[in-house]
Design a protein around this ligand. Structure first.
Ligand code: MN
Length: 455
């Protein structure tokens, strides 16, 4: 994703017009987004960000990130309104009256995640993850909006006091980056981690940045030599419509790898890594064979993630060879579509839903298709998200207090169990309960995501 710093210097109106220009001119989409922007501007009027900019610059930036991910107009509109319930006088009722679904539900979902109280201790990470997954479970787009919100907040973190910067950075690394990874949104994951590292480990970050800068020229030359060699060779064996590029490693991942492996910066940074993007799956395997004819393969380093995709939908062929000048070179081979999925993950689904590709028989899009089916039909029990729920929430049910705290209960728990889980005294005095604002029988079985209020 572009860091859009050039865009951010433009006046708000121009930024908005450039966003609008990228939205389909179909008679409804632009109107929806324009209305959301006008409402957000009016509702946030007078509010100022720590940077001194008017507040609406933030939702506008979030909406722009969503547009870059090619999300649908309703999600972009929800991005514009994502802070309006929490931070302005807008009520849920007005939102529901003024906007068609799914806009109100998306905004409410993002607001709900924002209200979850995170425990910063590391022991609670997994717990926090589950809470968020639960909160987003009703529509995956809620989480995509939340990730863009977090990314923009991280990009503009410099304006906050130090303790806030640290807390937000920590939360980004512990909770949002792993979730982005789970959804295959690797570009967002990497940027969140790199920005967090800048604030959490400033000395190491600076050292790494300097070391990378120092070696950049030498490295760039070598990578270019590898690219040229490989491209020319593949051309001679008939692959002339492919893209070969070097891959950059992210700061955080270099830092982690140095700690994990005990290797020095040079040993990790000197690893050469190339990527080949071609048209078809058949070509991927053909190119792999060709490369192994040019350079010796390192035994045990071949991985076929096309035949067996990763859980988050990632597909590619991986191999490592003894490349130019005898340097071990990691190579990834994938199609354009696999590449988009590799970088944008679940969000790539929206890029491809307009029928530019035939998802019909491609096993690689099965995961995305299941998810999209689930989005259209929340009742579909065979969906991927239900699998996720089964895996992550086996035998437990997670419910909210009206304040947004999460209470974990055994599966099959009732409002009485919920009351006792809060406090024995609450349990003993419990005479009734509202679930999702409706009075229910005290023996009602609670479901994931229910908001329970004890009377
Ligand atoms: Mn926000």
């Amino acid at each position: 994703m572009s860091s859009s710093s050039a865009i951010e210097r433009l006046p708000l109106e121009e930024r908005f017009e450039s966003l609008l220009g990228a939205i389909p001119d179909d008679g409804t989409s632009r109107e929806l987004v324009r209305r959301a922007f006008e409402d957000a501007s009016r509702l946030h009027a007078g509010q100022v960000r720590k940077s001194g900019e008017s507040y609406v610059a933030h939702p506008l930036a979030v909406a722009t990130l969503l547009q870059e991910l090619q999300m649908d107009p309703a999600t972009i509109a929800a991005g514009l309104l994502h802070d309006a319930l929490e931070d302005t006088l807008l009520s849920t009722e007005e939102l529901r009256r003024d906007y068609p679904e799914p806009v109100p539900s998306l905004v409410e979902g993002v607001t709900k995640i924002g209200r979850i109280h995170f425990d910063t201790s590391r022991d609670h990470q997994i717990e926090n993850l589950r809470k968020i997954i639960l909160a987003m479970a009703r529509d995956i787009r809620v989480l995509i909006i939340k990730l863009c919100d977090r990314l923009h907040n991280m990009r503009t973190l410099g304006h906050l006091p130090e303790d806030r910067r640290e807390a937000i950075s920590r939360e980004s690394v512990d909770i949002y980056a792993p979730l982005a990874n789970r959804l295959g949104m690797v570009l967002i994951k990497s940027e969140l981690e790199d920005l967090a590292m800048m604030w959490l480990h400033p000395v190491e970050y600076r050292r790494l940045a300097d070391a990378i800068e120092l070696k950049r020229r030498e490295r760039d030359e070598f990578v270019q030599e590898s690219i040229d060699t490989l491209r020319d060779y593949l051309k001679t064996v008939g692959y002339d419509r492919i893209e070969v590029s070097g891959r950059s490693k992210h700061f955080w991942s270099i830092h982690e790898k140095m700690i994990r492996t005990g290797l020095g910066f040079d040993e990790i940074f000197d690893l050469s890594a190339l990527r080949i993007i071609c048209d078809t799956k058949t070509e991927c395997y053909g190119i792999l064979g060709a490369i192994h004819g040019l350079w010796h393969a390192k035994p045990g380093r071949f991985k076929d993630y096309i035949g067996t995709p990763k859980a988050n939908g990632y597909q590619s062929l991986h191999t490592a060879v003894v490349g130019c000048r005898g340097v071990v070179t990691e190579i990834q081979i994938r199609t354009r579509e696999m590449h988009d999925v590799a970088e944008y993950g679940i969000a790539a689904h929206w890029m491809y839903k307009d029928g530019r590709t035939s998802a019909g028989s491609d096993k690689q899009l099965e995961w995305l298709r299941q998810l999209s089916e689930w989005i259209q039909d929340p009742g579909d029990s065979s969906s991927m998200l239900d699998t996720l729920k089964r895996d992550v929430f086996a035998d437990v049910v997670l419910c909210f207090t009206p304040q947004g705290d999460v209470i974990e209960l055994p599966a099959g728990a009732t409002p009485i169990d919920f009351a006792f889980a809060i406090h024995t005294k609450v349990g003993e005095r419990c005479v009734g309960a509202r679930v999702n604002r409706r009075i229910v029988n005290l023996r009602t079985k609670l479901q994931h995501g229910d908001t329970v209020e004890i009377i």
